[in-house]
Design a protein around this ligand. Structure first.
Ligand code: I6G
Length: 686
């Protein structure tokens, strides 16, 4: 590979006869540089210059070509956006049809696929290449003499649409292939897709301009490719991964090696591609990629298995337009359509009313879903959702299922718009909608049993006081029987009262009393979070704890002092102040402290240089010496960030017993794994 300078100043141009040849030299140099940076960015994922530096080089090239239009060539990086908008897309015939893939949904179907191949080839074990199946738009790219000359959609597999002018705008697709001894003609196949983050940003921009948004990244990619004005396509966050070539003349004799060759030519290949042996290897890789699915910035709907050896592929052949040497093993769908039976409201601990969709049970994202959040009334209107509608429900990973949109085309007659009730369904208090806020609230405060229940559930939750055995059903009993009004009442419960409750016995009463006792020793951050101050989440609670050191300091802080805490703005400061100004809250805190709740005062080091600042950890599995929430609080108190999913930005995964899928994902990404002893050492060494 050429060595390239991170920044490159312009060659001084002296006047006279040399000017044009110097410009030609500089133009050629800039094109090489830009192509190299593109390759590093999109194929190697290893850029050496910033986007701004790239843009400066591109601008210089634009300017030079403007002064010397005779030097412009079609493969110049400046020529991605075509001049004239097209009238429509002409149909092109694929020289070699674009095949489809047989699908499998169950492991047994994969075992059958492998058995058939072993039988036909009379081999004990087969080597496979496994690639993620991107949820994008299939595309064929033809290169002649290394230059991109045609890009066509799959269409019906025999004929597609010529979308060359739009595809040329996608920066991860090289206009000219790299390297020597390239085949005269090369037809590359792959998938054009939109990133999830790019999709979100695009839709936000479209919504801001009052334009129609796209329903998912695949539709957005497809819509962007079919723009008549390629300048619009150029502004869309489209990417490309290739998965093979139509003909393999001049290419290696294994599929995985072909992908390596294509990569060397400047074509991006999915980094999750791997070769494996036998059906066990296939199923392990399936699970590994499934575990990574939610952490990726693009949608994948399965994995594709291919016999790696091309001679073996040839021997297996093709039936009904699908190769017998390949199989798409689909993941459970993350979106499904079901019927919205009704919309009910749930009252949160601050009185916020959240509309919840009651659904006809539907299997989505690997579980049966019967409820999904609808967020608030604005969302219901924006998504145009009515009781009785057919709706798209999405469940990705552990995320709460949500109603994405309705399908108005399937709307039954007689549906009506849903309206927010004007009285709280739990306590009958009036409901108010604050000016400028999307949420409606019950005005009942602690009179409202629903708010009390939620406040207690929050107080007892793992991230807060971590009271094992105090679940929502038990809390409901305690509130309904007037045994508990505030969190402090929990610490006054006795064995007989508890044992007399439904589904409780002496043993469970003892266990709960022990949990309550254990919960008395907390970090200040945990206690603050548990109090449920509006807008104060775990991170802010820890920041307040570190900043003020004690509850008394915080309770006395004025608005200016509160706003001096990182990430605390005027609204949050006002909520904190209002909380401590409320005599009832002060009383509850005093009662909690009197009941024996205690915390170690924070040391308040100069806040921005805590020892683990900049490190991000993920906790998985059960720890013996502490709960995961305690470990999280202690890591955060040392400045670390603790997140719930593993990504390439994770510093280390802390794995207790029965670690689950996060371990495989971390191993796949080469992330350091720490056991419980290493965690303790980490916390103690600081
Ligand atoms: O539609 C496809 C998506 C992904 C494919 C494919 C693929 O490999 C990762 N591979 C082949 C061979 C075909 N379609 C025909």
């Amino acid at each position: 590979m050429n060595t390239i300078a991170a920044t490159d100043s312009a060659i001084p141009v002296d006047s006279g006869v040399n000017e044009s040849s110097q410009a030609a030299e500089r133009i050629a140099h800039l094109r090489r540089e830009l192509d190299e940076h593109n390759y590093r960015y999109y194929v190697l994922d290893d850029p050496v210059i910033s986007d701004a530096e790239y843009d400066r080089l591109l601008k210089e090239l634009h300017e030079l070509e403007g002064q010397h239009p005779d030097l412009i060539t079609a493969d110049s990086p400046t020529q991605r956006v075509g001049a004239a908008p097209a009238e429509g897309f002409e149909t092109v015939e694929h020289r070699i049809p674009m095949l489809s893939l047989a699908n499998a949904f169950e492991a047994d179907e994969v075992r059958e696929f492998d058995r058939r191949i072993r039988d036909q080839l009379d081999l004990e074990i087969i080597e496979y290449c496994v690639e993620p199946k991107l949820d994008g738009v299939a595309i064929a790219l033809r290169y002649e003499q290394a230059e991109l000359v045609l890009a066509a959609t799959r269409g019906d597999g025999r004929r597609g649409e010529n979308v060359t002018s739009n595809v040329r705008t996608i920066r991860s697709i090289p206009l000219r292939l790299r390297g020597e001894n390239l085949p005269d003609t090369l037809e590359v196949r792959g998938e054009i897709f939109m990133t999830r983050s790019g999709f979100k940003q695009l839709n936000e921009g479209l919504a801001d301009e009052g334009l129609k948004t796209f329903v998912n990244p695949r539709n957005a990619a497809s819509g962007s490719l079919r723009q008549l004005d390629s300048a619009i396509t150029a502004g869309r966050p489209l990417h490309f991964f290739c998965y093979g070539a139509a003909t393999t003349d001049g290419l290696p004799d294994r599929h995985s090696d072909i992908l390596e060759s294509l990569k060397a030519m400047g074509l991006p290949v999915s980094p999750e591609t791997a070769t494996v042996r036998g059906v066990d290897g296939l199923l392990e890789q399936y699970q590994r990629i499934l575990d990574q699915r939610d952490g990726l910035d693009y949608d994948i709907d399965g994995v594709v298995y291919k016999v790696d050896d091309l001679d073996q592929q040839l021997e297996m052949g093709t039936v009904s337009r699908a190769p017998r040497w390949a199989l798409a093993h689909k993941f459970p769908a993350q979106e499904e359509v079901t019927r919205l039976l009704d919309i009910e409201v749930q009252v949160g601990r601050t009185g916020a009313l959240t509309p919840v969709a009651r659904l006809e049970p539907v299997f989505v994202g690997g579980v049966t879903v019967t409820n999904a959040t609808l967020h608030n009334l604005d969302e219901i209107r924006r998504k145009d959702v009515r009781p009785g509608d057919y709706v798209v429900v999405r469940r990705a990973g552990d995320v709460i299922p949500e109603v994405v949109r309705s399908i108005p085309e399937r709307r039954p007659d007689g549906t009506v718009e849903w309206i927010m009730p004007d009285q709280c369904p739990d306590c009958g208090s009036s409901v108010e909608q604050v000016e400028g806020e999307a949420v409606s609230r019950c005005t009942g405060g602690l009179v409202c049993p629903a708010q009390r229940r939620r406040a207690l559930e929050h107080f007892a939750s793992r991230q807060a006081m971590d009271i094992d055995g105090l679940g929502s059903k038990l809390i409901a009993q305690l509130v309904d029987q007037d045994l508990v009004h505030s969190p402090a009442d929990l610490y006054r419960l006795d064995r007989d009262t508890l044992a007399g409750l439904e589904r409780m016995a002496e043993k469970s009463a003892d266990n709960l009393l022990e949990s309550l006792e254990n919960s008395k020793s907390v970090t200040l951050g945990q206690l603050l979070f548990a109090l449920g101050i509006r807008e104060v989440g775990q991170v802010t609670a820890n920041q307040l704890a570190r900043h003020f050191g004690t509850l008394d300091n915080l309770a006395e802080a004025d608005l200016d002092a509160l706003e001096a805490v990182p990430d605390v703005g005027p609204v949050m400061a006002a909520h904190v102040r209002a909380f401590f100004d409320e005599p009832h809250n002060r009383e509850v805190i005093e009662q909690l402290l009197a009941a024996g709740i205690h915390y170690q005062p924070e040391e308040m080091p100069s806040s921005d240089k805590l020892p683990l600042t900049g490190n991000t950890y993920v906790l998985t599995g059960a720890l013996e010496s502490m709960t995961r929430s305690r470990a999280k609080a202690e890591l955060e108190a040392l400045g670390a960030k603790v997140t719930s999913s593993v990504s390439k930005n994770t510093t280390a995964l802390i794995a207790g017993s029965d670690p689950g899928s996060k371990l495989a994902k971390a191993e796949g990404l080469g992330i350091e794994i720490l056991d419980e002893n290493a965690l303790k050492a980490l916390l103690e060494s600081r």
